[in-house]
Design a protein around this ligand. Structure first.
Ligand code: ATP
Ligand code: MG
Length: 436
């Protein structure tokens, strides 16, 4: 992409409405613009990051055996009356009347809809297990939408729902998601702590939140340092019994404010981490809570009907964009982990109009594009300072800088965002380095 043609409305000043660094940087980097309280437009740069996050989430869900579907954002209130949640959910649910005066709502979550799909289409235990997920917009009329996309009213969630014949198999589905979450967040360069949680309005008997540490997080977190140092599971076979992996994580101390056990302070000593955290995912096991009232049953091996066991598994996809920035930035802007970066490589032409500079930059640009790399070429007629600042602000991981002196010598300056110093390399060596 040529920056001269790209829709990237960056801001030099900090917007006054933004209280936390990720919100400030998302506005300054031209990623999002607010449409109404807690409702955002995603501009090209923000959209690219969101899509990269979606791709990681999808890849890991598919690997864990979940199947992607798309459910409606606007739901019928009737299903929620069946589950009993229509009255319980409260003012966070945006209720709508259609022209026939029917109760509709903008889905804050999809347990009812997916249970309805299940009961209408799956009849035998032979068709189990099933785990269905979508990556879609939700609406919750939050009392205090704030911190930009971190607590929006409309936000993107990955929500998966598992269906099994008995508790043991249902627990296995829960464990599959637990492990998939550890891997998903690690790929985004995040250290996410699984934390035993209450299940709130979703209900259920087993629940974990996944929390990313950041100073601006909404909850206080206490944990054993070992949890932060533990690498995400590699080469997982999701058909294997995963209980030992889950146990190896849940046996390490972690608690939020309310549940923090003071005796752990002494026990852990210097290994106790006190921090704040952002909830980026939440998994629930709730057995028959929806299947029971909604009659989601299959015929069991003995021919008798059995109510299915369910769990649901959320990831705050749009919140993750903010959480990643909270965890990875400096005074100059965002530092994207490679797999979520909107562009992997930036080219800065220090003297647009200079034949040698234009030729050298054009050549790098063409080669990177031919190699299918996402590359942003700053070909604007702007001061060098502006170009350096913008490339750092939007967080491009590799930056190739070419000015008249370098062009004459056939060299390129290679800079890694977030690292100190620059390296001068031949054009070919620079290409090899950033494409490795
Ligand atoms: P919170 O406690 O932050 O309000 P929640 O527990 O109500 O979240 P869940 O029902 O567990 O949310 O939803 C799954 C995930 O969706 C959460 O872990 C979070 O990452 C994300 N999420 C929830 N509410 C919002 C929101 N208002 N804006 C952005 N993301 C959200
Ligand atoms: Mg939650």
């Amino acid at each position: 992409m040529r920056l001269s043609r790209y829709f990237l409305p960056t801001l030099k000043e900090n917007p006054s409405e933004a209280q936390i660094v990720s919100h400030r940087l998302m506005l300054r980097a031209g990623m999002v613009r607010q449409h109404a309280a807690g409702i955002y437009n995603w501009l090209p740069l923000g959209t690219k990051v969101l899509q990269n996050i979606i791709a990681i989430v999808r890849d890991e869900q598919n690997a864990a055996g979940a199947q992607e579907i798309i459910m409606p954002t606007i739901q019928s209130g009737e299903l929620w009356k069946e589950s009993g949640r229509y009255d319980d959910y409260g003012p966070e649910m945006l209720r709508i009347k259609d022209r026939h005066d029917r109760d509709m709502l903008y889905g804050p979550t999809h347990e009812e809809v997916v249970t309805d799909i299940f009961r209408n289409n799956i009849k035998s235990y032979r068709d189990l297990p099933k785990n269905l997920y979508q990556i879609h917009w939700k609406f919750r009329d939050e009392v205090r939408p704030r911190f930009g996309v971190m607590r929006g009213r409309e936000f993107l969630m990955k929500d998966a729902y598992s269906f099994d014949i008995d508790f043991a198999r249902s627990k296995h589905a829960y464990n599959q998601m637990f492990v998939a979450y550890l891997r998903t967040f690690a790929r985004m360069g995040l250290k996410a702590i699984p934390m035993k949680a209450d299940s709130g309005p979703i209900g259920g008997d087993m629940s974990h939140e996944f929390i990313v540490l950041a100073d601006t997080g909404e909850s206080a977190v206490f944990c054993d340092k070992a949890l932060l140092e533990k690498p995400a599971p590699q080469n997982v076979n999701y058909d294997d019994d995963l209980q030992h992996i889950v146990d190896s994580w849940t046996s390490i101390y972690a608690a939020t404010d309310e549940k923090h056990d003071l005796s752990q302070e002494e026990k852990l000593g210097a290994n106790l981490v006190k921090a704040r955290g952002i909830e980026v995912g939440h998994i629930f096991h709730f057995g028959g809570k929806y299947a029971e009232p909604m009659g989601a049953k299959v015929t069991g091996p003995d021919g008798n009907p059995v109510t299915v066991m369910m769990g649901s598994y959320g990831i705050g996809v749009s919140r993750l964009v903010g959480a990643i920035i909270e965890a990875s930035h400096d005074e100059n802007g965002i530092i994207w982990p490679d797999e979520v970066a909107p562009f992997q490589i930036g080219i800065i032409n220090l003297k647009v109009g200079d034949a040698a500079c234009d030729a050298a930059c054009g050549d790098l640009y063409a080669k990177l594009k031919a190699a299918k790399r996402e590359v942003l070429y700053d070909d604007r007629d702007e001061r060098a300072g502006v170009k350096f600042a913008d490339m750092d602000l939007i967080g491009v991981p590799w930056q190739l800088v070419i000015g008249p002196k370098g062009a004459a010598k056939g060299v390129v300056e290679v800079k890694r965002r977030g690292a100190a110093g620059k390296e001068e390399l031949s054009a070919d060596a620079a290409l090899a380095k950033v494409m490795a």
